[in-house]
Design a protein around this ligand. Structure first.
Ligand SMILES: [Zn+2]
Length: 230
């Protein structure tokens, strides 16, 4: 199995297909950039863009990076995110006229405290930096800002019960750490995987509350439209 203890001492294999001696084989690498979009009405562009459909080798590569601490994948995954910059800048350019007074903030979708502790880092950070640098090369003032936080679910609210309480609790899980750093900024939200779209929707809502402008959501991979519940 991919996560057996033996892997710790075994030579590296392709994260997508286990072919030996490569971080990523050429065919798996080529699967990482097959861009797709999904409707995301909470954002000014109305879209979420992803580098590739979330399935097969792409799914294995992202899980190896995200859940099994395969950090050498930071670089190729950062590269595919940067490769979205041309399409993204064409998409957001019309929304940024007249030129915004404030920089575009590239913001990670927040992880739970438990995930942050387990990983020991904000795993999206290198991906965000790569995207921000690519946008700068396209003449856009972009900077990384880890502005969103995920509150832990409190047992008290769970016990309070009721459907209404539950949806309120879920909607309130994503919050803005420091509203003064966001007000008036156009924002790109970046997540690793978009499945149901609920996280990026909550991120947009939290951003709007503090006067930021959510432009678009981005992800390394997304479940294609119409397949969300499979
Ligand atoms: Zn491979």
């Amino acid at each position: 199995m991919a996560d057996s203890a033996l892997d710790l001492v075994a030579p590296r294999a392709c994260a997508g297909c286990d072919r030996p001696d490569l971080l990523l084989c050429p065919s798996c690498r080529s699967l990482l950039f097959r861009p797709l979009s999904r409707p995301a009405p909470a954002y000014a562009t109305g879209l979420a863009l992803a580098c590739a459909p979330y399935r097969g080798a792409v799914r294995r590569i992202i899980l190896s990076w995200k859940d099994h601490d395969n950090r050498p994948l930071d670089r190729p995954l950062g590269q595919v995110m940067a490769d979205l910059a041309p399409a993204l800048s064409r998409l957001i350019d019309p929304l940024l006229r007249p030129k915004p007074a404030r920089a575009i903030l590239v913001v990670p979708a927040p992880s739970s405290l438990a995930s942050l502790r387990r990983r020991g880092r904000v795993h999206l950070q290198p991906i965000l930096l790569s995207l921000a640098q690519a946008l700068q090369r396209h003449g856009l003032a972009a900077q990384v800002e880890s502005a969103l936080i995920m509150n832990s679910v409190r047992t008290k609210s769970v016990q309070a019960g009721g459907r209404r309480n539950r949806s309120h609790r879920l909607a309130g899980r994503i919050a803005v750490a420091d509203p003064s750093r966001l007000a008036g900024h156009p924002v790109l939200v970046v997540d690793d995987i978009i499945t149901t779209g609920s996280t990026i929707r909550q991120c947009a809502r939290a951003l709007e509350t503090v006067g930021a402008l959510p432009l678009a959501a981005l992800a390394l991979a997304a479940v294609p439209p119409g397949h969300e519940d499979r």
